[in-house]
Design a protein around this ligand. Structure first.
Ligand SMILES: CC(C)(COP(=O)(O)OP(=O)(O)OC[C@H]1O[C@@H](n2cnc3c(N)ncnc32)[C@H](O)[C@@H]1OP(=O)(O)O)[C@@H](O)C(=O)NCCC(=O)NCCS
Length: 168
């Protein structure tokens, strides 16, 4: 997939249902369905969240949801359609959200991932995220989560401009 074909843009309200289906199939399998369309729609409409859609032509290939608190971001959801995985879509989505975070003055991004989801753990590590906590029973009181953080000030592909350059 070339960079020209892939577009990352803010999600629209009518994306919510497709995102919810992707979450159920690829992220929440075996856990029930907590990221339903109304919940995702609330994120799309929230001033405290960014929801990014990845498309090739008009077709949806992936999406990500990041929530912004005062001093950190939290990646709530990320999924790439099976047939589009390992083609740089996930990386491009995360970098797009991280660049938005940096522009907003937020440099720490947190997330939780299912401990058994080794593909995602490898993916996040490849992008600079560090595992720092294991939380037993985090999912449905039965499944372990790994909490990860990415400090965007260090070892990052995201350009953090020196303060002088930002103001001057
Ligand atoms: C995890 C996920 C989002 C990665 O998206 P992707 O578009 O396939 O990832 P990319 O192509 O951008 O991969 C970037 C790098 O991450 C690493 N990576 C990605 N998938 C990997 C895998 N299955 N195994 C090992 N490393 C992997 C690689 O280093 C890769 O670079 P490379 O392909 O040049 O070797 C995708 O596999 C997915 O949607 N999985 C199902 C849902 C999920 O687990 N979501 C995350 C938890 S909320």
């Amino acid at each position: 997939m070339t960079a020209q074909q892939l577009t990352i843009e803010l999600a629209r309200s009518d994306d919510a249902y497709q995102f919810a289906l992707l979450s159920r199939e690829l992220v929440e399998q075996g856990l029930g369905w907590s990221w339903t369309a109304p919940r995702i729609l609330r994120q799309i409409q929230s001033p405290d969240a960014l929801v990014a859609a990845a498309r090739v032509d008009a077709a949806l290939v992936g999406f990500a949801v990041m929530y912004f608190a005062a001093e950190h971001g939290h990646l709530n959801l990320l999924a790439v359609q099976l047939q589009s995985q390992r083609r740089g879509v996930g990386r491009t989505l995360i970098r797009w959200l991280e660049e938005s975070a940096v522009k907003a003055g937020i440099f720490d991004i947190y997330l939780e991932v299912r401990a058994q989801n080794m593909a995602a753990r490898h993916f996040y590590r490849a992008l600079g995220y560090v595992e720092f906590e294991e939380i037993r029973g985090y999912y449905n009181r039965s499944e372990t989560a790994i909490r990860m953080v990415h400090d965007l000030r260090v070892n990052s592909a995201v350009r953090v401009l020196p303060f002088r350059q930002i103001i001057g």
